[in-house]
Design a protein around this ligand. Structure first.
Ligand code: FAD
Length: 226
């Protein structure tokens, strides 16, 4: 059994300073106001324009954009990700992936819960002794699940049937494409302290990176790291 850390990878190319992305929205949005004459080459007008759109709630204009991110998370978190309806998805299939095959190392992969526990308001105050006991229990459950999964396949079950014993902690890769309006809605819900800690484990650093790489678009979304 492999125990992996959760993570993400931005698959879209983002231009230097994120300026091309803003210029694209500006070019489209200025059609509404017939203010194309205000476009400046350096991208400063684009920054001002996109900020104005967001401040006014004219967010339909920022739908003219696309961002693809691959998340490496557990199946519990991925169940939450796929609830976002204005997005497109591609997810590692537990029907078609047979983890007993050599290509998967004949073992299942699970996402480590340690970081999630640290971000969990209640668990973060537990003693290291109690935390170690919880982790030990989790680890045993994962090993048991793997043993049953591999045994079912050895006995002739297909992966799509044996998957029924895979735990929520099973590692999955899920690629999401959405426009900036949808990502904004996503981040407002999924970086908030009310979001699941293992969701926040990936969304908080992702939002932080996007704030650095694309000006204006995500600036007003609060980022509470703890
Ligand atoms: C803290 C938290 C707890 C949650 N707990 C639960 C739970 O216990 N059980 C559960 O089932 N789910 C739960 N969810 C999931 C939640 O109900 C939503 O399915 C999920 O957050 C997607 O949100 P959304 O609808 O805004 O996003 P999207 O589906 O991405 O939609 C984006 C936006 O498009 C608009 N939109 C989309 N579809 C429609 C529509 N049909 N009609 C009108 N407007 C639309 C809305 O403005 C929406 O905000 C929880 C989510 C969070 C963040």
């Amino acid at each position: 059994m492999k125990v992996l850390k959760a993570g993400y990878e931005i698959l879209s190319n983002i231009s230097d300073g994120g300026i091309d992305e803003l210029k694209h929205i500006e070019k489209i949005g200025r059609v509404c106001y017939k203010s194309e004459d205000k476009i400046s080459e350096d991208g400063e007008s684009a920054k001002r324009f996109v900020k104005m759109l967001i401040d006014r709630g004219h967010e339909a204009m920022i739908e003219h954009s696309s961002l693809t991110v691959k998340f490496i998370v557990d199946r519990g978190v991925s169940h939450e990700l796929v609830r976002h309806r204005i997005a497109s998805f591609a997810q590692e299939s537990t029907r078609y992936c047979n983890y007993s095959n050599d290509k998967f190392g004949n073992e299942i992969s699970v996402i480590d819960v340690t970081n999630g526990m640290k971000l969990d308001g209640k668990m973060s105050t537990m003693s290291s002794y109690d935390i170690a006991n919880v982790l030990k229990e989790w680890n045993e459950a994962m090993m048991d699940a793997e043993r049953h999964y591999l045994k079912m396949i050895e006995l002739g079950a297909t992966s799509q049937i044996a998957r029924s014993v895979l735990p929520n902690s099973t590692k999955t890769e899920i690629t999401i494409t959405a426009n900036y309006r949808e990502w904004r809605n996503f981040f407002k819900l999924r970086v908030a302290k009310t979001a699941h800690p293992q969701m926040r484990e990936v969304t908080v650093p992702l939002l932080k990176e996007l704030k650095n790489r694309i000006p204006v678009v995500f600036d007003d979304i609060e980022l509470e790291e703890k």
